[in-house]
Ligand binder design. Structure first.
Ligand code: FAD
Length: 279
């Protein structure tokens, strides 16, 4: 069982608990992106097992009639085993998700996985005419070129600042420079994409920039934030008519995810502690 301190950031261990959380989100106008926790499997069996779990999850989402989609990590479904394993598993998930009308996101991991991830996305976005999305990272210098490639494809693109510690030859390391790249890339997406712009950030500045860019270019967009991070802002944006999706992790591998969230900001730890103490 997940202790209360972690349950601010993780919806439970089972799909049923995760879907229960989604119901409360949907009641408040927020959609959900479900992520089964797990990454870096170097054997095929657990990768196939998690891919099968995602297929079961999209069936559950369809049956429950909730506003939810899934987001998968390439190294969770086979990329560390080999590109073929990843391509087979992500294609199988996208096929079942498409049959059930559920959207599939592909998370982005470190720079060594970018090409394989974008190649898989391109094939699926073309095949399913837009029922899939991919994440790109503002800290990577290559993202400027990647966005040009992505602009011509159907599907959605989530822009994040980037969570991985990348080499300085390939990535901006300075926070202000990453923010500048985020602003530039976001403007490019609003100007050049037909829609499907996802703002994956808790940063009030980026959320407000997205609102301005939407007014300027008329491009459809959504805001995505993590469960347990600025939850009130998520509800307020949704009440204000913005399409909001909360990224909802679940599963028995919750500890390292919770530890990362708690360590990255002292506000996260204080928030979790206050929730446990009831004040
Ligand atoms: P930051 O630069 O961390 O913070 C900017 C401002 O946001 C802060 O000054 C503050 O005002 C506000 N803020 C941030 N956190 C908090 C908080 N806890 N409480 C209150 N205010 C806060 N990264 C990847 O590399 N690959 C992925 O696939 C990926 N997927 C993601 C999906 C989603 C939905 C989200 C939200 C993030 C994802 N990330 C991913 C992580 C991302 O790269 C960043 O590491 C993370 O979002 C932190 O950057 P930020 O834009 O939220 O803001």
């Amino acid at each position: 069982m997940i202790p209360p301190i972690a349950s601010n950031f993780v919806a439970g261990e089972s799909p049923a608990e995760a879907l229960e959380h989604v119901e409360t989100l949907n009641d408040r106008g927020v959609n959900a992106i479900l992520n089964l926790l797990g990454e870096h499997y170097d054997e095929r069996a657990p990768a196939d097992e998690d891919a099968a779990a995602y297929e079961g999850l999209v069936r559950d989402i369809d049956e429950s009639d909730l506003d939810a989609c899934v987001s998968v990590k390439p190294s969770q479904i086979g990329l560390d085993v080999g590109e073929d394993a990843f391509r087979e598993n992500v294609a199988a998930i996208a096929e079942v998700a498409d049959e059930h009308g559920v959207f599939t996101w592909i998370d982005m991991e470190d720079h060594e996985t970018t090409d394989a991830t974008l190649d898989a996305y391109e094939a699926l976005a073309t095949e399913y005419g837009g029922g899939v999305g991919v994440c790109v990272q503002a800290n990577l210098k290559r993202t400027e070129d990647d966005l040009e490639r992505l602009a011509d494809l159907p599907g959605k693109v989530r822009l994040v600042k980037g969570a991985y510690d990348e080499p300085k030859e390939l990535a901006y390391k300075d926070k202000a420079r990453v923010n500048e790249a985020y602003r530039d890339y976001l403007e490019y997406m609003f100007a050049e994409f037909d829609g499907g712009v996802a703002v994956g950030s808790h940063d009030p500045e980026m959320v407000s920039l997205a609102r301005d860019l939407h007014e300027e270019y008329g491009t459809d967009y959504e805001v995505q934030m993590l469960m347990g991070v600025r939850d009130d802002a998520q509800y307020e944006l949704a009440a204000d008519g913005v399409e909001v999706w909360q990224y909802v992790p679940y599963g028995d591998k919750w500890f390292s995810y919770f530890y990362r969230r708690a360590m990255e900001r002292k506000e996260n730890m204080l928030f979790a502690l206050r929730a446990v103490l009831g004040r």
